[in-house]
Design a protein around this ligand. Sequence first.
Ligand SMILES: [Zn+2]
Length: 265
Amino acid sequence: MKRIFMVTDMEGVAGVVSFTEHSYPDGRYYTVARQLATAEVNAAVAGLHDAGVEEVLVWDGHGAGAIDFPDLHPPARLLSGRPLAPWSRLAEVIGRYEACVMIGQHAMAGALTGNQNHTQSSRSIDYYKLNGRPIGEIAQCALFCGALGLPMIFLSGDLAACREAEDLIPGIGVVAVKEGLGRGSAISLSAPEARQRIREGIRLAVERQRSHPLPPLVWPGPYVLEKRFFQTDVADAAAQQPGAERVDSQTVRLHGADILDLIYR
Ligand SMILES: [Zn+2]
């Protein structure tokens, strides 16, 4: 276990509790939120280094960006920039790593106490379901990486995100850095405490993976990905995709045999 792929987000970072004040780029505390996110990522990188990991590829998964590049610690390297590269090209890169981890993660849209809960777009997506089961970004990432042979072994975020991860991947290492009271408020650990727990938790997760390995997450296909949107015009656009099935004015189903081609469509 020498090479780790790390997916980062901002909404699951301690002290980052509001879309409008922290996570959106026009928020008045967005700059601070980026510093907090970068420091949690660095704590995770340090924990991986403690565990003997030699290569870490950090993917800045927050839409507007959450990592302050000048402050990123070695041995991490940063994958960033929008628009995203094609998923087939990303798959080639991710497939070079041995396991994946998520830092700063939030729960799926609709999670009752999930702080800043959302699935992909906080402004347009009501829910995603895969083969009838509600999923969020954690399942999307774990299934995409799982299809490439990478188990997801650790996640930090709010308590609802941690529970979602444990439900999906029993035995995964988790660190809850805050407890959501609602979509726009949460009780956070102090920043130093959050970083300390992440550093320690991720180190233990790597060590556990060496002695008692978790398998990559793979669900049996074929797959039906159902997406419900808040707006009919967004559903109109989604329904234009080849093979898309319009279920009702706001809901579209996509069908596929290969999870790599489907899960981020
Ligand atoms: Zn985000």
